[in-house]
Design a protein around this ligand. Structure first.
Ligand SMILES: *Cc1c(COP(=O)(O)O)cnc(C)c1O
Length: 418
């Protein structure tokens, strides 16, 4: 459910015509709906209201300050994977006591920074990292709250690049080693065991992998309990999918229905780390058609957005719906590749896609672009990154300025020896 819809033949974001934004802010531009963002957070809060829980929004899905700020005002915490994300989370209002920190390669500087800020817990991904955290905490005269990220060896049945919970993946600690490393953690002087963490992948469209993984984790929690190691936080990660095309992912309620009974009589706080399912369908990318080009056996629609702005189709072969900003009555359909200006054959948004016939100057919307869109953008081909806009009701505001040419060379220096 989102708030991008047609009024007569014109695409609106809530009560604002998308054409107006495209003309006033220029293209390419990301447009986010406040009502959709809010609705998705509330869906999680409502679904899990019967048990103690914290919604730790996964910042990497979309780390725009206005979006983080909105979620912090709604009481969300954050799931972070770097010192940069910690900086952003705190800067835009997330309370450190609601921040959990995952990632296989936390640097000593990042660990120190997170300890200084007193985050809720480190989701530790290896024994060496555990020792590192213990040492740094010791030097600082602190005790680090930790959970071990457990790899439950469950196939999430999603794209291999966004699957993380199998033995062959670099993430977490194998479940059969769980006890061993929890014992190790217990014996370290400057860490305090507070939780257990898992995150098995992204864009999951079934509940079963979540439930199966959680059941495995709970067996571990029971074993730990027998050893006197008590778990306060069970962090089940993120990964709920969204509808890009015709997927039917679970609603947070479907997840809650299966998860809550497993946790009800346990004295724990549940942590969830949704990213995509909150922001994915709350954002679209608006781009302008530059040229039509007939190849030998293909037609190309060349637009002013590129893979540097939205890389998902290029790296995951991801499907995004393409919709016209203005529908034309009875206009002919074409089958075309929708491509960007970048000098790479991988620079495309859709292949052999049937769309409404377009001409130079028309605007099109690339749907479901709110997650892993701007946050994965780059300046490749020296393209300034697009503007981001938030719509609320009949108002809109720029929440990130379009980059200019000067932004491209910020920080570059010519050495004296040249
Ligand atoms: C990426 C990530 C998430 C969010 O995943 P979504 O599929 O966007 O919900 C949550 N937790 C961790 C540890 C992650 O790496």
């Amino acid at each position: 459910m989102n708030h991008f819809h047609y009024v007569k033949d014109e695409l609106y974001a809530e009560d604002v015509p998308v054409l107006k934004i495209a003309q006033e802010v220029n293209t390419p531009v990301y447009v986010y709906s406040h009502a959709t963002l809010t609705r998705h957070v509330i869906a999680y809060q409502d679904a899990f209201k019967d048990i103690p829980h914290i919604i730790c929004y996964a910042l990497k899905a979309n780390s725009n300050g206005a979006i983080i700020n909105l979620f912090s005002k709604m009481g969300c915490g954050a799931d972070i994977v770097s010192g940069g994300e910690l900086f952003r989370a705190i800067k835009w209002g997330i309370k450190p006591k609601n921040i959990v920190y995952a990632g296989v390669g936390k640097t000593p500087e990042e660990i120190e920074y997170a300890l200084k800020k007193n985050i809720l817990m480190f989701n530790v991904e290896s024994p060496e990292e555990l020792i590192q955290i213990d040492e740094i905490a010791g030097k600082m005269g602190k005790t680090a709250p930790v959970a071990l990220r457990i790899n439950p060896d469950i196939d999430p049945q999603t794209h291999p690049y966004i699957s993380t919970g199998l033995k062959k993946h670099k993430f977490g600690i194998a479940i059969e080693d769980g006890i061993k490393y929890y014992r190790m953690a217990r014996d370290l002087r400057h860490v305090r065991i507070v939780g257990v963490h898992k995150h098995i992948g992204s864009q999951l469209t079934k509940v079963e992998p979540f439930v199966d993984a959680l059941k495995r984790i709970l067996l571990l929690v029971d074993d730990l309990h027998k050893e006197g190691i008590h778990i306060r936080f069970i962090d089940i990660g993120g990964g709920v999918g969204i509808t890009y095309n015709d997927e039917e992912p679970p609603h947070p309620k479907d997840l809650a229905k299966r998860v809550i009974p497993l946790l009800k009589d346990r004295n724990i706080t549940l942590i969830l780390e949704p990213g995509r399912s909150i922001v994915g369908n709350a954002g679209i990318l608006i781009t302008k058609v530059l040229y039509l080009k007939k190849g030998v056996d293909k037609q190309f629609v060349i637009v002013d957005a590129g893979m540097n702005d939205l890389i998902r189709p290029s790296i995951y072969g991801a499907y995004h719906k393409i919709q016209p900003v203005i529908k034309k009555d009875g206009s002919h359909k074409i089958v075309a590749d929708i491509v960007g200006p970048i000098c790479e054959s991988g620079d495309f948004f859709a292949k052999d896609r049937e769309i409404q016939g377009v001409k130079s100057g028309d605007y099109i919307a690339i749907m479901s672009a709110g997650a892993y869109g701007f946050s994965m953008s780059s300046n490749y081909n020296s393209r300034p990154r697009p503007a981001e806009v938030m719509v609320k009701g009949n108002e809109y505001a720029i929440i990130r300025k379009r980059e200019g040419l000067k932004d491209l060379i910020r920080g570059e220096m010519i050495p004296k020896f040249l």
